[in-house]
Design a protein around this ligand. Structure first.
Ligand code: XMP
Length: 513
């Protein structure tokens, strides 16, 4: 396996991404954790030093342990990784002064072509993406130059005897179009055969779960979303009935959702599952409440109480399983301690492990969303389940701006079911990242048949997105929108007006609260 030492670049996860696309297994570890002992234990077959925001010239700036260069394995330094490598191996790094480069640049080759650059320079020059203030002003002994750019005379250097490679640009980003080839060449010369598969990941993950958990009991909050479902099935495969799932029905789920989740996990997978029907509790507590943050906090707190109560029934559980993904890990690393503004109180089971004295089992921590989906397929979860749109923890509560009533929830469930059915019938479900209906806290006048109506208005929402952080509205055809509005008004008593939300994020958010 390959070790990526992370120095805090915004794009480190893309390095992992490129390598996985090449079927090479890699792990990213923050530089603070990579000690000499860690290195020995990990025994990497190759190492990549990522970029990062620091300057190697500054005192106390991050370094890998010097043993990285004594392992006898290929090392690739990228941007900050390149500079730290030069600095530690006897070269020199200097500050900017007009040599900073940000954005597109072109690298031209030197006479001698090396294996790392197979497939490069088929045109005279290669487009690359630079983002650096400091630059290498003298390369370390043993290194030669194999590519230069106007502002980076040492854009590509290598010590071929030791298989050390250093590049100033970022081969992992989209704007270095031939970057993947460079990674491919690197892993090839490190002896990887590209035999890493989801099947292999599954085996490895099962082995790790067993080693971590032993014969202790594990509880898992199952929401019916892709991540917690895949985590649950994987852990169940590893430890069988040592795992108990708790599914909290807060009365804010979509039509048929509770039955679907319970049937699948209890009957199909034969998993011990506690179905906590707590609708009265949640809806009671939310009665009369219309402030979005209070609604979120009420739900979050009750969720923890209920989960804790039912988890207590399991008796002696020592672990809590969560479907945390790699992007969640990264976000919490790079933003931890930062003065970021709370836009919305996200609801999750944070805080619970300490309160209950539980340790975390997070078997998906190293995966991206689409890899989790691939793992789910590998584990035999049905496609209809794996491809589901995300659904927020507070559920329909945040799609019902203002006060929540059972009447509104019923209307909303029906309208949402019709809308999603429309999207599926038109073959658009997989093109859309997330789609739902929000019921608005206004009644408007309409005319149906010969009578006056005075019913709720609703808004349809559908967005495209990569990660939910930014989003754009989905450009439905007018025919689709017209047909859907007609169906909703005809099939859902209580709604007499349908609108389409065409706000992007930012400035809007995806959910309405
Ligand atoms: P917003 O509305 O913040 O949503 O643009 C971004 C994505 O996050 C989901 N979301 C949540 N998911 N707990 C969750 O598990 C929450 O409290 C929560 N709030 C929003 C939302 O559905 C969208 O996919």
């Amino acid at each position: 396996r390959l070790l990526i030492i992370d120095f805090g670049s915004q794009v480190t996860q893309l390095i992992a991404r490129r390598l996985r696309e090449l079927d090479v297994y890699c792990e990213i570890h923050p530089f603070q954790n990579v000690t000499s002992a860690f290195l020995q234990e990990f025994a990497p077959k190759a190492v990549i030093l990522s970029g990062g925001p620091a300057s190697v010239i500054d005192e106390g700036s991050p370094r890998p342990p010097s043993e990285v260069f004594e392992l006898g394995v290929p090392v690739l330094g990228i941007c900050y990784g390149q500079q730290v490598m030069m600095h530690m191996l006897g070269g020199k790094v200097e500050r900017g002064h007009g040599t900073a480069e940000f954005g597109r640049a072109y690298v031209t080759p030197e006479e001698q072509r090396i294996d790392l650059l197979k497939g490069w320079f088929l045109e005279e020059r290669e487009q690359v993406w630079m983002s650096h203030g400091d630059h290498v002003s003298a390369i370390a002994p043993g290194f030669e130059v194999y590519g230069t750019s106007p502002n980076a005379p040492f854009a590509i250097t290598a010590d071929l005897d030791r298989n050390f490679f250093a590049v100033q640009f970022h081969p992992e980003v989209h704007h270095t179009p031939n970057g993947k080839t460079l990674y491919q060449n690197f892993v090839e010369l490190a002896g990887f055969t590209g035999d890493w598969t989801m099947g292999a990941y599954r085996e490895e993950a099962i082995r790790k779960i067993r080693a971590q958990v032993g014969d202790a009991k594990v509880i898992c909050g199952l929401s019916g979303g892709v991540d917690s479902s895949v985590a649950a099935v994987l852990i169940h495969e590893a430890i069988g009935d040592q795992l108990t799932c708790v599914f909290v029905d807060h009365g804010l789920l979509r039509q048929g959702e509770a039955e679907e989740v319970v049937t699948m996990f209890r009957d199909h997978y034969n998993m011990p599952l506690i179905h906590a029907d707590e609708q009265e509790l949640f809806l009671g507590a939310l009665e009369g409440e219309s402030d979005p943050e209070t609604k979120r906090k009420t739900i979050g707190k009750l969720f923890i109480d209920v989960f804790q109560k039912h988890a207590g029934e399991v008796g002696g559980a020592k672990f809590l399983a969560q479907g945390t993904l790699y992007p969640d890990v990264i976000e919490s690393v790079s933003f931890s301690g930062g003065p970021s503004v709370t836009i919305k109180s996200h609801h999750n089971v944070g805080g619970l492990p300490e309160k209950m004295g539980l340790k975390l089992v997070e078997p998906l921590r190293e995966l991206f969303k689409d890899e989790v989906r691939a793992l789910g397929r590998e584990l035999g979860l049905p496609d209809s389940f794996i491809g589901r749109h995300p659904f927020p923890g507070p559920g329909l509560a945040i799609r019902c701006p203002g006060e929540i009533t059972r009447e509104k929830l019923d209307i909303l469930r029906k309208a949402d079911a019709v809308y999603i059915d429309q999207i599926r019938r038109h073959g658009l479900y997989d093109e859309i990242w997330q789609a739902f209906v929000a019921i608005l806290p206004v009644r408007t006048v309409g005319v149906m048949g010969d009578g006056r109506t005075y019913d709720f208005a609703c808004a349809l929402r559908a967005v495209t997105s990569v990660d939910g952080m930014t989003a754009d509205y989905y450009p439905f055809s007018h025919d689709f929108l017209g047909e859907t509005a007609t169906r909703i008004i005809n099939e859902v008593p209580g709604i007499n007006r349908v609108t389409y939300d065409i706000t992007s994020k930012p400035p809007g958010t995806i959910e309405w609260e």
